[in-house]
Design a protein around this ligand. Structure first.
Ligand code: NIG
Ligand code: FE
Length: 410
C-alpha cells in the first residue's frame, strides 16, 4: 500500500470529521490544525495531527514554509458540458441588453442548444474533458454537471451520455443532473404542455433506464418554467428516484422556493431575488441554499443575500454555475473571493460553503468536503501564504501549488 506523509503543514484547514452540513452561525467555524501533518494510504486520509505528536519526522516530506492544505472544492452546480461560446451576447450585455432580452431574441440557452445539437458526442466530450482538467488545476475535486443544452430527446441523452463518460474516465467525483426543463424549445413556445409531456414521457424513462442522472433540475423563472410546471416535472422525476436540485429566484420571485421546499428539494440554487418571507423559509429549509455569485457578477445582478440567509439559519453552499451564458468560469477560488468581497461572507463561511456544504449538496459528504480520517485524499496545497485569509483577499490570483485527487498529484 502506498503511503504518503506530509509534515510541517502550516495549516490543515477544515478538519471536521463529522459528515453533517454546516448551517447558520456554525458556518463561521472552520476547524483547523496549525503546524500539522497528514498521512495518506493509497487514496484515503489515514491520519492527521499536530507536528508535536507526529511519529513520522524522518519519513515525512516537509512542505515549504507557510503551505496551507485545504480540502478540494466541491462545486455543486455547473453546466460544464456545452458547445461553443457566447461572447457575442457578452458584448450585447455590455451594450445594455438584459439576460431576458437576449433570451427572447433567440440567444441565451436556445443559442447554446443549437450549437450543442450540431456538435458530435465525441467533440462534446473532448471540450468538457478539457474544462474538467482546467477546474481540477484550480482545486475542484468533486463536481455536479447538468444537462439542459440539448432540449430534445437526442440532445439531452447525448449530453447526459457525455457526463456518464466523464464519470467513468475522470478521477473527480461527478454527479449528473437532468435539466431538460432549462428552456422551452422554439417549437414549443406556444405549447408548454407538449414539451413537458416530452420530458416526462419520453426523456425521463430512458434516462432512468440507462441510469444517466442522479438529480433533476428545472429553471423556474418568468419566460421559462412556472412553479406549477416545475412541480409537475419534479414529481415525475421523483418517481424515478431523482431528487430535485432547482434553479429558483435568479431574476424573479415566482413561487419557486415554496414549491421547491414542498418538493423536498436537495438544493435551491441562485436566490439573487428573494423576499423576506423566502429568506425565513430558507432558514428552516432542510436542504441547501446554493449561491452562485459568479452568475450575479457576470450578469451584474444583485448578489444573493448571503449574510441574511446565514442569519436566518440557512445551510449555504457556494458553487460556480460554470456555463457559457451567465458564468463562463469554473474557478472556485474566485467564487470564494466573491463570497467574501461581494457577499460579505467571512473566509471561514465561504470555505465551509465551498467544501463541506458543497459535498452535502451532492450527497457525497461521507468521502469528500473536509480533511478527515477515512475521507478521500482530495487536497489543495497552496503556495506559501501568510494566512488563510490571504486566499480570498488576493482575488484573481492562483495561489495553488499542487492539487491531489484520490491520493495522486494531478
Ligand atoms: O444557471 N439560469 C439558467 N441557467 C444558467 C444559465 C444558462 C445560460 O445562460 O446558458 C444559470 O445561470
Ligand atoms: Fe445554473
Amino acid at each position: 500500500m502506498a503511503t504518503q506523509i506530509f509534515t510541517n503543514i502550516s495549516l490543515l484547514a477544515n478538519t471536521r470529521n463529522n459528515v453533517d452540513f454546516v448551517r447558520g452561525k456554525e458556518l463561521s467555524v472552520l476547524p483547523s490544525i496549525q503546524n500539522a501533518y497528514i498521512v495518506i494510504e493509497d487514496q484515503i486520509i489515514s491520519e492527521i495531527g499536530k507536528m508535536e505528536d507526529c511519529r513520522y519526522i524522518k519519513e515525512g516530506t516537509d512542505l515549504a514554509v507557510n503551505t496551507i492544505v485545504l480540502p478540494c472544492w466541491c462545486d455543486s452546480h455547473t453546466h460544464l458540458v456545452f458547445a461553443g461560446s457566447r461572447e457575442d451576447e457578452f458584448i450585447d450585455k455590455i451594450k445594455g441588453l438584459s439576460y431576458s432580452e437576449i433570451a427572447a431574441k433567440g440567444g441565451g440557452i436556445l443559442n447554446s442548444a443549437k450549437k450543442l445539437n450540431e456538435t458530435s458526442e465525441n467533440e462534446l466530450f473532448n471540450l468538457a474533458w478539457k474544462r474538467l482538467e482546467e477546474v481540477t488545476k484550480l482545486g475542484t475535486g468533486a463536481i455536479e454537471i447538468k444537462s439542459g443544452y440539448g432540449l430534445s430527446l437526442e440532445g439531452e441523452l447525448k449530453i447526459l451520455r457525455v457526463i456518464k463518460k466523464l464519470k467513468e474516465k475522470s478521477p473527480l467525483k461527478i454527479k449528473a443532473t437532468f435539466l431538460g426543463a432549462h428552456a422551452f424549445p422554439a417549437a414549443y413556445k406556444e405549447n408548454h404542455q407538449a414539451y413537458i409531456d416530452c420530458i416526462i414521457n419520453e426523456m425521463l424513462p430512458v434516462i432512468a433506464k440507462d441510469k444517466l442522472a442522479d438529480y433533476i433540475d428545472v429553471f423556474c423563472e418568468k419566460g421559462f418554467f412556472s412553479a406549477e410546471e416545475m412541480k409537475m416535472i419534479c414529481e415525475a422525476g421523483k418517481t424515478y428516484g431523482l431528487k430535485p436540485k432547482l434553479h429558483v429566484n435568479q431574476l424573479n420571485s415566482i413561487g419557486g422556493i415554496e414549491t421547491g421546499i414542498a418538493l423536498d428539494a436537495l438544493s435551491l440554487d441562485h436566490l439573487e431575488t428573494v423576499t423576506d418571507k423566502e429568506i425565513e423559509l430558507l432558514g428552516g429549509f432542510e436542504g441547501y441554499a446554493t449561491l452562485l455569485p459568479g452568475a450575479a457578477f457576470f450578469l451584474r445582478s444583485e448578489m444573493p443575500p448571503a449574510k441574511r440567509l446565514i442569519e436566518a439559519g440557512a445551510a449555504i453552499t457556494l458553487a460556480s454555475d460554470y456555463n457559457p451564458g451567465s458564468s463562463p468560469s469554473g474557478n472556485m477560488n474566485f467564487i470564494v473571493s466573491l463570497g467574501c468581497i461581494q457577499m460579505k461572507m467571512l473566509p471561514e463561511e465561504a470555505i465551509n460553503a465551498a467544501t463541506i456544504n458543497g459535498a452535502c449538496a451532492m450527497e457525497i459528504q461521507k468521502d469528500y468536503g473536509s480533511i478527515a480520517v477515512g475521507k478521500k485524499a482530495n487536497l489543495i496545497f497552496t503556495e506559501p501564504v501568510p494566512s488563510l485569509y490571504y486566499l480570498p483577499y488576493l482575488f484573481g490570483n492562483n495561489l495553488i501549488d499542487k492539487v491531489m485527487i484520490n491520493g495522486s498529484f494531478t
